[in-house]
Ligand binder design. Structure first.
Ligand SMILES: Cc1cc2nc3c(=O)[nH]c(=O)nc-3n(C[C@H](O)[C@H](O)[C@H](O)COP(=O)(O)OP(=O)(O)OC[C@H]3O[C@@H](n4cnc5c(N)ncnc54)[C@H](O)[C@@H]3O)c2cc1C
Length: 571
């Protein structure tokens, strides 16, 4: 590795943001808009909005294998091939297993997107807020560490990010998923409405709603200002949305940051570590390995935001050693890398419906229905497990036993495929995972990747609470789908590995006590005041909602605080 020792004044900024995915995008937008000169460092390549979405307008017949990955790719990349969204149309936004190895001490399917935009180009955009009870859960049950904030402190920041991101949704008045600043909701189809009314009639506290989703059902002035337009109902969002209707860094936060004239974006820049200065008791900058030349350069700033996504944030922090912090920057407590969590997405179920044959629906809606958590909420008290799960799903006429699953051949089979199939409805369970000290991420002492970064060990497993919750979800899904009038119902636990949920969290948790946590209530390191970690690594529990809207709100709130502290001379 070559060292460039000339790195100096021209490499100095007000703030450095590590990573340009969902949370890093928000950090660079907020910090530049508040007047700071920001350097955003991204280990992957540049992806320009629209022009770097090569498959976005392709028709099915223009794609070599109609989207299916060839067998050689499946053999070479078994982990990423498990991801439902990985296919011929989206593969260029995913990390292939072989290119970026990691060590699975226990099976963990690590799904990654290394490029400007990170996984914001791939995500499904489900954006339910956390509720009051989620921030209280650890304290109430004596699990993990108490969150240093409560819902009321984050609520205005949820509103703030929702207004800019553009979240379509209905105001349902449910405390599990508080209402936000919504664009018009997407429509439910007739079977979804039927299931909703049946759930209302047959259960207390089980509500079916349309998912809150970061797709512009109607682009408003804030979104139009950065060039975004309304959803075209193609449901091809993970190819990159050329209309900018699907929220991504590339379509939304990056143009907003660029418009300030204060952003320097440096792709192909692998952040190796954070530099700590013992005299100043502050981080002074970062060491960056150029992804192409492997040359190392140092960049300097007053504030550092770490947004490399949970596992890589843990890697960068643990790789940032000094005599003051031999076990990773800010790690006085010893909790860095511990209490890593995922979401339990093991259980799903489906059934078919006889009826509504004369009804159909418009377009390809890029979202689904959501049933917020009901277990261990309100009067539904369970003793077999702690916390709960929500459901995502939907109804349609396209998939149930269609195509490959149908008997027949020739013209008769093809003609029958032109007509809609029977109605079917499916849901999965999205369960909370508890924080466990021995579920952890750590660095290998000797093995490094080609950029000189230590390989990460991921040692994370489900435990009894997740197993008990899964058993319960199988029973509840089976019973519920039968109770609402579906036929051929089946529910199952596929025992999938942690990681495939793509909601990895923890390792650098927020907390009230510096002895047991890394970050305070503003995502600021207790021990190094000018370092902020605002991605999933900062989470002290997972709740059962999709997490990214919470990362956005935490990031905007932390950026606001950081700039105020900087102006007061505290950083
Ligand atoms: C198919 C799919 C569906 C999903 N659906 C949902 C959903 O519906 N709702 C939801 O809330 N979430 C969803 N997610 C998860 C969501 O994408 C993540 O929670 C979110 O992207 C995390 O944001 P982030 O900023 O932490 O990380 P990312 O978006 O992953 O960005 C991290 C960035 O950091 C860069 N980086 C990493 N290491 C370094 C380094 N050393 N130096 C410089 N740069 C570095 C990476 O290249 C990347 O660009 C989904 C994800 C996928 C893949």
């Amino acid at each position: 590795m070559n060292l460039n020792l000339k790195a100096a004044a021209q490499n100095t900024y007000d703030a450095i943001v590590i990573g340009t995915g969902i949370s890093g995008g928000w950090a660079m937008k907020e910090l530049t808009q508040k007047g700071l000169k920001v350097l955003a460092l991204e280990r992957g390549r540049m992806v320009e909005h629209v022009t770097d979405y090569p498959t976005t307008m392709l028709k099915p017949w223009e794609i070599a294998h109609r989207g299916e990955m060839p067998p050689e790719d499946k053999t070479a990349n078994p982990v990423v091939n498990k991801c439902y969204a990985y296919n011929e149309n989206t593969q260029h936004f995913f990390v292939k297993d072989q290119e970026h190895p990691y060590i699975q001490d226990k099976p963990f399917d690590w799904i990654r997107g290394y490029q400007v935009g990170g996984k914001s180009l791939l995500w499904a955009r489900w954006t339910q807020r956390w509720g009051e009870h989620d921030f209280e859960a650890n304290a109430r049950e004596g699990i993990g560490t108490d969150w240093p904030i409560r819902y009321k402190e984050l609520a205005p920041w949820y509103s703030y990010v929702e207004k800019f991101a553009g979240i379509s949704g209905n105001r349902d008045g449910l405390p599990q998923v508080p209402d936000g600043e919504f664009l018009p909701p997407m429509a439910m189809n007739c079977l979804e409405k039927h299931v909703k009314s049946q759930l209302d009639a047959k259960y207390q506290g089980r509500h079916l709603i349309i998912s809150r989703t970061a797709n512009l059902s109607e682009a408003g002035p804030q979104q139009q200002a950065v060039g975004r337009g309304s959803c075209q109902y193609r449901n091809l969002c993970a190819r990159g949305c050329p209309f900018g209707a699907a929220f991504s860094t590339n379509a939304a936060t990056l143009p907003a940051a660029r418009a300030t004239g204060r952003l320097t974006l440096r792709p192909d820049s692998v952040v190796h570590s954070i530099i700590y200065n013992e005299q100043k008791k502050r981080a002074t900058g970062v060491r960056v390995v150029d992804a192409k030349t492997k040359e190392m350069t140092e960049y300097f700033a007053k504030i550092i935001f770490v947004n490399a996504s949970t596992v890589n944030t843990n890697l960068v922090l643990q790789n940032s050693t000094s005599s003051r912090f031999p076990n990773g920057i800010g790690n006085d407590s010893g909790v860095l890398g511990r209490y890593v969590m995922a979401h339990n997405y093991r259980v799903s179920g489906s059934g078919s419906y006889e009826g509504f044959e004369d009804q159909y629906y418009f377009g390809r809606r890029p979202t689904g229905i959501y049933i917020p958590r009901y277990r261990n909420f309100g009067t539904d008290k369970q003793t077999a497990f702690l916390r709960g799960y929500s459901h995502s799903g939907g109804a349609g006429r396209a998939s149930w036993g269609r195509g490959n699953g149908m008997p027949g051949f020739g013209a008769e089979l093809k003609n029958s495929l032109i007509k809609p199939g029977i109605w079917s409805f499916s849901i999965n369970a999205m369960g909370e995972m508890l924080p466990y000290e021995d579920n952890r991420i750590w660095l290998d002492d000797t093995q490094k990747d080609q950029w000189g970064m230590p390989l990460v060990h991921i040692d994370v497993a489900w435990k009894e609470n997740e197993d008990a919750m899964s058993r319960d979800a199988v029973v509840q899904i089976q019973e519920m789908l039968e109770a609402v009038g579906l036929k051929n119902v089946s529910a199952r636990d596929n025992h999938q590995n942690p990681g495939l949920d793509i909601h990895e969290m923890g390792g650098c948790r927020m907390g009230r006590d510096p002895k047991t946590s890394m970050l305070n209530g503003f995502n600021q390191m207790h021990a190094v005041k000018n370092v902020f970690v605002t991605d999933g690594a900062s989470m002290a529990s997972t709740a059962c909602q999709n997490p990214s809207i919470t990362y956005m709100a935490l990031t905007a709130r932390a950026a606001d605080y950081a700039v105020k502290e900087l102006k007061k001379g505290n950083l």
